[in-house]
Design a protein around this ligand. Structure first.
Ligand code: GGG
Length: 343
């Protein structure tokens, strides 16, 4: 019999716990369908940090890295810790510590009514660039270092090329190599070296500013967009606006080279939204769709597809939280989605 998959649940801060609560029954649902799954819930977030001074202790990180297969994450960020150090230590610590190079942010038209429907995928490098947390603030000067390594860039771009090939869609690399000659020059070189290996992919680089303008004017020519950590963050958030906003945008981060047992982290794109936390106003759709991405990563395609179909059907039946113009609470939206799951 297969060993059970071990998933760590980290609800985090703000609305993170509220949206996480809505997908927990989906873990029971996959078990009822014969999937072997164990979960453990970890307390890391602002409350824990304020109570104990701990962000993500080394022993907990080691247990996640070596004792779990994947992480389901809510959100971090809390106004009581305005420097954001705990969020940085937990979320960036996990992304970097687990070498989760690929951040996949699919942007499909779950609720938008554009013609043709918005449909593209962003592959964002997840561990480097200016998010490497190296720099300094000096009198009259501030420095943020952006590090790009060939190994991470190659892993991210290989994954994006493979996906574009699989989908039969064009691949666009967003860059600013005209200004960021060193870092984005490296991205361009690796991109060019991969093109001959994927002759069926229509692949081109595009200055990120021109790309943003083109996306707003007409997103239909784009299929897969690859970018470094910073540009990928911005581009995918813009794309989220086309599909109903941050509340519906899912993501999955993973390590294609599988350096550790724990090789993936699924989380909604949205943050902890402290302004609406505790009011039942958060949209759980991004969390449901992230859970579906995790199921797919684990090889549970029927369950991933069924969960996505349940979201689609609930939305088609008119289920809407306030951010989508409706009146449903987080809990009622969760119920509306789960009601569409097959037994
Ligand atoms: N699920 C993504 C996440 O938690 N990102 C962290 C973040 O953006 N925090 C800032 C905030 O919550 O406002």
């Amino acid at each position: 019999m297969d060993k059970p998959v071990r998933i760590a649940l980290i609800p985090g801060d703000g609305v993170g716990g509220e949206v996480m609560a809505e997908v927990l029954p989906c873990l029971e649902w996959v078990k009822s369908r014969g999937r072997r799954l164990q979960s453990l819930t970890l307390p890391y977030g602002a409350d824990h940090c304020l109570a104990t001074g701990e962000t993500l202790p080394e022993a907990a990180f080691a247990e996640l890295r070596d004792g779990c297969d994947a992480i389901l994450f809510g959100a971090v960020g809390d106004p009581r810790l305005p420097g954001g150090q705990h969020a940085e230590a937990i979320l960036l610590g996990l992304r970097q510590g687990l070498d989760l190079t690929v951040n996949f942010r699919p942007c499909h038209a779950w609720v938008s009514s554009g013609q043709p429907p918005f449909d593209l995928e962003v592959f964002r490098e997840n561990t480097e660039g200016p998010y490497c947390l190296q720099g300094s603030t000096e009198p009259g000067r501030a420095v943020d270092l952006a590090i790009h390594t060939e190994s991470a860039v190659r892993r991210l771009l290989q994954t994006a090329f493979q996906r574009a090939e699989q989908l039969g869609r064009p691949l666009t690399l967003a860059h600013k190599a005209n200004v960021l000659k060193h870092g984005h020059g490296l991205w361009m070189r690796v991109f060019d070296s991969l093109k001959p290996l994927h002759p069926r992919v229509s692949a081109r680089g595009m200055h990120a500013d021109a790309l943003l303008c083109a996306l707003v004017q007409d997103p239909s020519p784009f299929g897969v967009i690859a970018a470094d950590n910073y540009l990928g963050d911005l581009i995918s958030d813009l794309c989220a606006a086309f599909i109903g906003g941050m509340g519906v945008a899912p993501s999955l981060s993973w390590a294609p080279h599988r350096p550790f047992r724990c090789s993936a982290l699924a989380e909604p794109v949205h943050g902890s939204a402290p302004d609406i936390a505790g009011k039942g106003l958060a949209n759980p759709v991004g969390m449901f769709l992230s859970t579906a991405l995790l199921f797919r990563h684990l090889g549970w395609e029927p369950e991933a597809g069924a969960l996505e179909a349940a979201v689609s059907e609930a939305l088609a039946l008119g289920a809407r939280t306030r951010d989508l113009g409706g009146t449903l609470s987080t809990q009622a939206m969760g119920t509306a989605i789960r009601d569409q799951l097959p037994l």
